[in-house]
Design a protein around this ligand. Structure first.
Ligand SMILES: NC(=O)c1ccc[n+]([C@@H]2O[C@H](COP(=O)([O-])OP(=O)(O)OC[C@H]3O[C@@H](n4cnc5c(N)ncnc54)[C@H](O)[C@@H]3O)[C@@H](O)[C@H]2O)c1
Length: 320
């Protein structure tokens, strides 16, 4: 019998699978404080992990722990060096976690380009008739605009199809994906990041957060970008420097941003982006659709069961 910790609530569909399997017992942990994780985690042979920081201090007492099954793709909340040294396996979701995020990026681009918040506001305020007199200079067509997709993994590859459907011209920056693969999806591989950001109208980030991508976009990069450009970050907070972004939006270095993720989540009350009307915000919600959350929960639990039943697909195990 394996004892499983469900770290942070997940959709019931996954838990039902676990409930039906008599080789497993589980406990749902919703108190994600370090104190509680230190106390509870040593009890488990495996855990699923949504939110919650699992650092080396938490892990060092987990003598039974063999596997962490992430509810998602990113694993910046886990100490991977500790896992590597102690041969604890890390699993990630795959198919379930890319459709909704790619749609969310497209939704942000469209909402910004079409000025949707402004229109919604106008109608609700009873100013419908005034709309015809508006000087429309900040709503745009996507047709033939340039988008640069940074990171061409699961999400980047779903996003490109949607972009091509809107007749966007797509460039891709991903040093780890070859030209042939990018071309087969209808994109153009670019190798010089600074040149590419100078030319693009839309910059969309779909990269993991690590030493290489932390503060990938700062005031230096934004100064190179076009004045009408927009940036969408639905990958991880910290990949764009938030203070620099706020300043760049205020002084019109760039036009607009769509931000789903923050360096500190939830963001501090005094985070200037919360008051900036030049940014469209969502609460780390790119996966928040019925289908995505159900499928992620099922995939996270199935990965964990497959691991213990020794039939896990190797592509689900992160190479640490
Ligand atoms: N906002 C959300 O709710 C949400 C949902 C899902 C995923 N994400 C995040 O989105 C990111 C992308 O997810 P994914 O499933 O596409 O990941 P993925 O691992 O499939 O793809 C990431 C891609 O980034 C590339 N890459 C790595 N370093 C790079 C660099 N320095 N420059 C350019 N490219 C680089 C990799 O080669 C890879 O192709 C992850 O960080 C994940 O945490 C966020």
């Amino acid at each position: 019998m394996y004892n499983i910790g469900i770290i942070d609530k997940i959709n019931l569909k996954g838990l039902e699978i676990l409930k039906k399997n008599n080789k497993f017992t589980y406990e749902l942990i919703t108190d994600l404080s370090k104190k509680n994780l230190l106390k509870k985690l040593p009890e488990f042979d495996g855990i699923t992990l949504r939110r919650g920081k699992v650092d080396s201090e938490v892990l060092k007492n987990c003598k039974k722990l063999k596997v962490i099954s992430r509810h998602g793709v990113g694993y910046d909340n886990v100490d991977i060096n500790f896992l590597k040294k102690n041969d604890i396996k890390l699993l990630v979701t795959d198919a379930s976690t890319s459709t909704s995020p790619a749609e969310h990026i497209m939704f942000m681009i469209l909402s910004i380009y079409k000025g949707i918040n402004m229109f919604d506001d106008i109608v609700r305020k009873g100013e419908f008739a005034k709309a015809i007199h508006l000087d429309i200079n900040e709503n745009f067509e996507l047709y033939k605009k340039d988008i640069l997709i940074v990171g061409f993994g699961r999400i980047g590859r779903k996003l490109i199809k949607k972009c091509l459907g809107f007749d966007l011209k797509v460039s891709v920056f991903d040093p780890y994906v070859d030209d042939k693969t990018i071309r087969s999806f209808g994109g153009i591989k670019v190798s010089n990041f600074n040149d590419a950001i100078k030319k693009t109208d839309i910059l969309s980030l779909s990269v993991p957060k690590n030493d290489e991508t932390y503060n990938l976009i700062t005031k230096t990069e934004m100064k190179l970008m076009k004045k009408n450009s927009i940036i969408i970050n639905a990958s991880r907070g910290g990949i764009i420097n938030e203070e620099d972004l706020n300043n760049a939006l205020n002084d019109k270095t760039i036009f607009f941003a769509g931000i789903d993720v923050f360096e500190h989540e939830p963001p501090n009350e005094n985070n200037p982006l919360l008051a900036n009307k030049r940014v469209l915000l969502s609460p780390h919600a790119a996966t928040f659709t019925k289908e995505c959350l159900e499928n992620m929960s099922i995939e996270t639990v199935t990965n964990l069961i497959d691991f213990f039943e020794k039939k896990i697909d190797k592509s689900k195990i992160v190479k640490l």
